[in-house]
Design a protein around this ligand. Structure first.
Ligand SMILES: [Zn+2]
Length: 379
């Protein structure tokens, strides 16, 4: 298995995850009252899956208490532990609709993280408001997994900001396993193509929004299962593999939807620089972002907004993809400034949706996003 590749985070290493603390976050403490979402699975279908995957494994697994940070990771973690041992619990820190960039935990949640056996975080600076709590959990003995760093992250801007990235994008369609080669090329290009100013906001480097590539999320599921198996039994690894297979199978639908958009119309304007993995995996171009940064904590200047309006007018872009986890006022303003029939489409970016939203688990979230993108750009 891949246990030897796992990189558990010692407390000192968590200092890497703190580049955003200098950014202001007036609303960082909102929603913390409603934050606890316990996602322990009790459905009969889950029990059946458990038998199918790990028959006879009851003696091969012990229950585990897992805390995950984002709703996407919480969904995947809950499925894995429910499959491996129904007595396990998986708790998700962030409530539905929270923006991972500005979420801050309650004191009760901090305590819960400290007592958890395993904390699954996204990492790469995504959860700027959780850095201290993650560090404390690690120093108090919890195993803290920073999963984005373990799935071959790509740099910001790898989705391509120019017309020269088409060849690399087409190659990516053919071979999902060749990311390394392409990413190295993309990294070099991006250094000379610094349209965005993430560095000014302390957010340069690797992009944490890896869940927009379902193959990377599948890898994450497998890695989480493998990690849990180390101390709690092989059933967790088997279940991680099963959940990963389900994500990979669903990816085919998402790919078909996103590739139904003609290549010359695969142009994305987004609220912040969050869809680089989707662009890289499915041959899209990120032509601009309302917030010129990889975090929602930054703010665009009037010059940034004017430049975006010009890009949209020059390229004839008719859609801005906003984010259900954040207000769309800025995107609405840009759309109005561009004029014409520009529409603002809300994607599920930083969070799953409420039950009934069509995005209440990770797979349905990705399928709904793909439908929203393909419908908007095929119109
Ligand atoms: Zn983001």
């Amino acid at each position: 298995m891949r246990i030897s590749r796992l990189a558990l985070i010692p407390a000192a290493a968590l200092a890497f995850a703190a580049p955003l603390t200098a950014c202001s976050s007036d609303d960082a403490a909102t929603d913390t009252e409603t934050a606890e979402v316990v996602t322990e699975e009790t459905a009969e279908s889950t029990a059946e899956e458990t038998e199918a995957v790990a028959s006879g494994s009851d003696s091969d697994s012990s229950p585990v208490q897992v805390v995950a940070t984002t709703t996407m990771l919480g969904d995947v973690a809950a499925q894995i532990v429910a499959c491996a041992n129904p007595e396990s619990t998986a708790t998700t820190l962030m409530p539905i609709g929270a923006d991972p960039h500005d979420f801050a935990p309650s004191s009760a949640q901090v305590a819960e993280m400290v007592t958890a056996q395993v904390v699954i975080s996204n990492g790469l600076g995504l959860e700027a408001g959780l850095d201290d709590a993650l560090e404390n959990a690690a120093s108090d003995g919890a195993i803290v997994i920073e999963i984005a760093d373990m799935v071959d992250p790509i740099p910001f801007g790898a989705g391509g900001h120019d017309d020269h990235s088409d060849e690399a994008k087409e190659d990516d369609h053919d071979d999902e396993h060749s990311d390394d080669e392409h990413n190295d090329e993309a990294k070099e290009d991006d250094h000379s193509d610094d349209e965005h100013s993430e560095d000014e906001h302390g957010h340069g480097g690797e992009d944490p929004h890896f869940w927009f590539d379902m193959n990377r999320m599948a890898t994450a599921a497998q890695l989480i299962g493998d990690q849990l198996a180390v101390e709690n039994g092989q059933a967790y690894a088997d279940c991680g593999a099963q959940i990963a297979d389900g994500i990979r199978a669903a990816e085919a639908d998402v790919r078909a939807l996103l590739e139904s958009v003609p290549a010359d119309q695969r142009i994305l304007i987004t609220d912040h620089d969050a869809l680089g993995y989707l662009a890289d995996a499915y041959g899209y171009e990120i032509a601009g972002t309302v917030i010129p940064a990889g975090t929602t904590l930054a703010e665009p200047s009037s010059a940034d907004l004017a430049e975006l309006v010009k890009v949209m007018q020059d390229e004839g872009v008719q859609v801005i993809f906003a984010n259900t986890a954040d207000p769309s006022a800025l995107s609405d303003a840009v759309a109005a400034e561009v004029g014409g029939d520009v529409q603002v489409v809300q994607l599920f970016v930083g969070s799953l949706g409420e039950p009934g939203s069509g995005a209440d688990n990770y797979i349905s979230m990705m399928r709904t996003n793909a439908e929203l993108i393909s419908n908007a750009l095929n119109a």
